[in-house]
Design a protein around this ligand. Structure first.
Ligand code: FES
Ligand code: FES
Length: 151
């Protein structure tokens, strides 16, 4: 089936199997391997991308469902090579170890930023990221980084 969408500001057209997952489309067809795939069942949040301004588990969506959509991945988060404040805070606060969960977390936060809903308290940060599982950090540095970068 044909899929035509905009990914990180660039128009993309492809012919894909109807059951190709959006995560596999991004990773294998477009070579945007920053979107990680962990559980493949909607639990870990590693595959989170933004579709039409909403955070989406790309392992639970078919590529053809993105037809006509605007898709944002971690590769498109920076602006002209400059890290966003939240990316900088993650770097400075050591908010990642292996980094596997990081793109999904950053995309979840980016979706919140889009609607001016960045969490401002520790409780809110933990709630906002409750759908993103990190197996390395114990979360405290992630929480600190988010709070530090809150406007
Ligand atoms: S890989 Fe999609 S939620 Fe875990
Ligand atoms: S930094 Fe390793 S899973 Fe989160």
């Amino acid at each position: 089936m044909k899929v035509s969408c905009t990914v990180n500001g660039e128009r993309v057209e492809a012919d894909v199997p109807s059951r190709l997952l959006l995560s596999d489309f991004l990773r294998h067809e477009l070579r945007l391997t920053g979107t990680n795939v962990g559980c493949e069942m909607g639990v870990c949040g590693a595959c989170t991308v933004i579709v039409n301004d909403e955070p989406v588990r790309s392992c639970l969506m078919f590529a053809v469902q993105a037809d006509g959509a605007t898709v944002g991945t971690i590769e498109g988060l920076d602006s002209d090579g400059r890290l966003t404040p939240i990316q900088r805070a993650f770097h400075e606060r050591h908010a990642l170890q292996c980094g596997f969960c990081t793109p999904g977390i950053l995309m979840t936060l980016a979706a919140l930023e889009l609607r001016n809903a960045m969490p401002k308290t520790e409780t809110d940060v933990r709630e906002a990221l409750s759908g993103n599982i990190c197996r390395c950090t114990g979360y405290q540095n992630i929480v600190d980084a988010v709070l530090e970068s809150a406007p």
